[in-house]
Write a protein that binds this ligand. Structure first.
Ligand SMILES: O=C(O)c1ccccc1NCC(=O)[C@H](O)[C@H](O)COP(=O)(O)O
Length: 279
């Protein structure tokens, strides 16, 4: 396990709560028949949508207040807005999530669902079925390889989250094939999209690469895609306001770019034609 003294107090609290919850797994081992995450991204691409994992995130240490709407309704709106997959927080104390919410959401939608939690022990994997589970390289340290194997044995696809090149090397050594680069620094909770841009070039080409956190606009989405993201994980920017419209704006970010490029080209052609007209 990593030394946690450098982490933000909220994150230290999240981790100590996670360790207390580690023994609370339901009795018995889960066996998952997962919905394929990569196939969901491919379907979105084929349909002209940016592959987005939209996150049901009622609150967080960096969010003001709590969104009280029914998470299932929010999840359905995200899918209606074009989300290729969903992420559901199951951490109760700091994010307002629950395993019950994840079960209800997964029953209601047909896209893959990521369980977003702070898994630090194998027993936590048995808390609930999901299509994908998250392992955060920084938090699981030397246990990454064993936890990855334990999750895969249960049928889960595994998103391994990293924040720098050292953690990326550990993830690749452990055999991670779905890699998320988190733009949020868990030591300071500050978000910087340059994090993804600096780590992405070192991710093996055959990995599925996800840009996580701090993506707040279609421009940010295009920026992360230009830096190599196969998909984007977005919470706050979708949860803030009309979630269907917010999801649609991000999943259509590249259509808008095309439209803008076309508009720009048309304007340029008109300018050229005007310039050629006799005065
Ligand atoms: O979001 C937080 O405030 C947070 C604080 C401490 C640890 C983790 C935190 N977030 C977890 C996440 O993974 C994000 O919810 C996810 O990447 C989406 O981020 P965003 O789009 O910036 O909401």
């Amino acid at each position: 396990m990593e030394d946690t003294t450098e982490l933000a107090p909220a994150v230290r609290s999240i981790l100590s709560t996670a360790r207390e919850r580690a023994s609370e797994g339901r009795s018995g081992r889960v066996e998952v028949d997962p919905r394929d995450l990569r196939a969901a991204f491919d379907r979105a691409e084929a349909d002209g949508r940016v592959p987005v994992i939209a996150e049901v995130k009622p609150t967080s240490p960096t969010t003001d207040g709590t969104r009280e709407d029914d998470p299932v309704a929010l999840a359905e709106e995200m899918v209606a807005g074009g989300a290729a997959a969903l992420s559901v927080l199951t951490e109760p104390v700091h994010f307002g999530g629950s395993v019950e919410t994840l079960v209800r959401v997964r029953e209601a939608v047909d896209v893959p669902v990521l369980r977003k939690d702070f898994v630090v022990a194998e027993s936590q994997l048995d808390a609930v079925e999901s299509d994908v589970v998250l392992l955060i390289a920084r938090f699981v340290g030397d246990e990454l390889s064993d936890l990855l194997a334990a999750a895969r044995d249960r049928g889960f696809q595994v998103l391994v989250e990293v924040h720098d090149r050292e953690e990326l090397a550990a993830a690749v050594d452990a055999g991670a094939t779905i890699i998320g680069v988190n733009n949020r620094d868990l030591a300071k909770l500050a978000v910087d999209l340059e994090t993804f841009e600096s780590v992405a070039p070192h991710v093996p080409d055959d990995a599925t690469l996800i840009a996580e956190s701090g993506i707040g606009s279609p421009e940010d989405a295009r920026r992360m895609r230009a830096a190599g993201a196969d998909a984007l994980l977005v919470g706050s920017a979708i949860m803030d306001g009309d979630v269907e419209a917010n999801a649609r704006e991000l999943t259509r970010a590249e259509n808008e770019a095309e439209a803008e490029a076309e508009t720009g080209a048309e304007a340029e052609a008109e300018n050229e034609a005007d310039a050629e007209k006799p005065t």
